[in-house]
Design a protein around this ligand. Structure first.
Ligand code: SF4
Length: 247
C-alpha cells in the first residue's frame, strides 16, 4: 500500500489487489505498468494476485477510524479492477472493501462494459465507500461514460489521463452524472516519448467543469520528466469531492 505524502494529492494511497493487464485501447500504449514491469523483466500481461499486501488497507482503516476520518485509495494502478482475469479474486476484494468503510476506494476501468456483471450481489445503489471511474483518451471512447452512468454508485469520476486529443465540446454531452474529473498529459521515460498534449485541451475541460460545478483536478502536463508540471495557467487545480461518503 503506497502512501502519497505530497500536498494536494489526487488520492492518499494506492493499492494493488492484483498486477498485470492487457492493453485495451490507445491510451494503454505507454502504460507505466508495462514500462515498469518490462524493465524488471516481469511479464506485464501475466495477471497475478498480490498475496502478501492485503493487510495494508485494514491497518489504514484502523488509523482512519480512530482519527474519525476517511482516506482515499486508488485501487489497481497496475491493473484493471474489472479485468476478467481477476474474476476469481474479486469477491475477496469486495469483502475487503466492505471491511474498510473509512477508505474511499477509487476503482477505475476502461472496460466499462464488464462492470455491471462483476458487481457484488449486495451492491444496491452502490457501496458508500466506492467511487467508480473510467477514462476516455479519445472522443470515440466517450461512450464509456454512458455505460458507467447506467451503473448506480455514490460517485462517478472521469480520469482523462492521458488526453490524446481535444474532447470538447463532445465531452459536455456525456458528463451528466459525473462528480469528479481529472485531466493530464501523457508521461514518458527515457525510452518512451510521450504523445503530444495541448494545454488548451485541459483548459477546455477545466472550463466545462467550472461551469457545471464539477471538481477538476489537473495531475500534470505530461512529458519525460519524473515530476512534470502541475500548473495550468499558473494555477494548481486540486479539485476533489469531499471524502465523507464512507462515514
Ligand atoms: S487498462 Fe490500464 S493497466 Fe491495463 S494496459 Fe491499459 S493503462 Fe495499463
Amino acid at each position: 500500500m503506497k502512501r502519497f505524502t505530497a500536498p494536494n494529492r489526487q488520492h492518499d494511497y494506492s493499492f494493488n489487489f492484483w498486477i498485470g493487464c492487457h492493453r485495451f485501447s490507445e491510451g494503454c500504449q505507454n502504460c507505466y505498468m508495462f514500462i515498469a514491469q518490462t524493465g524488471r523483466k516481469i511479464d506485464p500481461e501475466n495477471v497475478r494476485l498480490c498475496t502478501t499486501t492485503w493487510g495494508g488497507p485494514l491497518r489504514v482503516q484502523e488509523e482512519a477510524e480512530q482519527a474519525g476520518e476517511c482516506r482515499s485509495v486508488f485501487a489497481c494502478s497496475y491493473s484493471d479492477f474489472f479485468s476478467p482475469e481477476a474474476d476469481a479474486w474479486r469477491n475477496d476484494a469486495w469483502a475487503l472493501i466492505r471491511e474498510t468503510p473509512n477508505l474511499i476506494w477509487q476503482l477505475a476501468s476502461k472496460r466499462t462494459h464488464l462492470i455491471a456483471e462483476r458487481l457484488p450481489a449486495d451492491w444496491g445503489n452502490g457501496y458508500k465507500n466506492v467511487w467508480l471511474g473510467t477514462s476516455a483518451e479519445l472522443n470515440k471512447y466517450l461512450s464509456r461514460l454512458d455505460e458507467l452512468r447506467n451503473i448506480p454508485c455514490v460517485l462517478r469520476w472521469l480520469d482523462l489521463a492521458p488526453m490524446l486529443e481535444d474532447l470538447m465540446p463532445e465531452l459536455a454531452e456525456h458528463i451528466d452524472g459525473f462528480g469528479w474529473v481529472n485531466a493530464a498529459g501523457e508521461t514518458g521515460c527515457n525510452a518512451v516519448e510521450p504523445r503530444p498534449f495541448d494545454l488548451q485541451w485541459a483548459r477546455n475541460v477545466r472550463d466545462m467543469c467550472s461551469s457545471r460545478g464539477i471538481p477538476f483536478y489537473f495531475s500534470h502536463t505530461g512529458g519525460r520528466q519524473r515530476h512534470p508540471g502541475r500548473l495550468l495557467d499558473e494555477v494548481e487545480h486540486n479539485g476533489i469531492p469531499p471524502l465523507t461518503t464512507g462515514l
